[in-house]
Design a protein around this ligand. Structure first.
Ligand code: F6R
Length: 263
């Protein structure tokens, strides 16, 4: 896994936005996988700025979100569809028909999940999947113990995740206990994965993800099997990594290579 350590959350957002913007410029019809939560907010703000100030064109981009709470509709301010509309989609020139978020009020969840997987395939697969990470090491809502081969399905959230997400709800009892989520297997099929993490509360999960054994108890650790997974971290989230110095050297060599042989 490539590890990029930035000084703070703003720098993480800038670096992540550069990865996304480069892809959108190179491939205007690309398929992006998107996440919700606090972590990607800076990334989305920067993409909105790049669209406004530099004309970054999303008109032919297709998106698939990782997950949605069961029971919440698109107009519910706590739903992930609402979050995406408010923080990204309504501020860029994306075609709403090209934005996909699982339907938390689907009548038949099994067939809805199968259809979501099929739709990803029909669009040619995800080019770049943006991921946050839970304090328990989850990606999307693949809680500890999820199969590393899992596909889009319903998942029961752990009490730790419910507690973490309670900050967005008026009362703890209002946090849904069930979500539709892409599986680890679905995520691993993306051509590139970009996992973002900021803050001390993510340091343990990042250490387990990057340097621990691959285990279903930390589903993000499955990214070690991915041929193109990049972690963009701030200093606090990277603070428990043992091989930080090596990751810095790798990035330094990479920079020198990009500058050409005589730089
Ligand atoms: C959200 C998602 C989750 C979050 C994770 C971190 O779509 O899939 O895995 O990325 O829970 O959330 P934050 O960024 O709020 O700490």
């Amino acid at each position: 896994m490539r590890v990029i350590v930035e000084s703070g959350p703003n720098e993480v957002a800038q670096t992540a936005a550069q990865f996304v913007a480069r892809l959108v410029r190179r491939r205007p019809t690309c398929v992006l996988g998107l996440a919700t939560g606090s972590t990607p907010l800076g990334l989305y703000a920067e993409l909105v700025r790049l669209h406004r100030d530099e004309g970054l064109d999303f008109s032919r981009v297709v998106t698939f979100n990782l997950d949605e709470y069961v029971g919440l509709g698109p107009n519910d301010p706590q739903s992930y569809r609402y979050f995406m509309n408010e923080n990204l989609f309504h501020h860029i020139n994306i075609d709403p028909r090209n934005t996909h978020v699982p339907d938390g009020r689907a009548l038949d969840f099994e067939s809805h999940c199968e259809q979501y997987e099929r739709l990803i395939q029909e669009e040619g697969g995800i080019d770049l999947q943006v991921l946050g990470i839970g304090s328990d090491g989850h990606i999307a809502f693949n809680e500890p113990g999820s199969s590393l081969g899992s596909r889009t399905r319903l998942k029961t959230l752990t009490s730790e995740t419910v507690q973490d997400n309670a900050r967005f709800f008026a009362r703890l009892e209002d946090v849904p206990r069930l979500a539709i989520t892409m599986g680890v297997g679905t995520i691993l099929e993306s051509r590139q994965c970009l996992v973002l993490a900021c803050g001390q509360s993510k340091a343990q999960a990042i250490r387990a993800t990057v340097e621990g054994p691959v285990t279903a108890q930390v589903t993000a650790s499955a990214l070690q099997f991915h041929r193109s997974a990049i972690a963009v971290l701030d200093e606090s989230a990277a603070s428990l990594l043992e091989r930080r110095e090596y990751y810095r050297e790798v990035e330094e060599s990479q920079r020198r290579l990009e500058q050409g042989p005589h730089a």
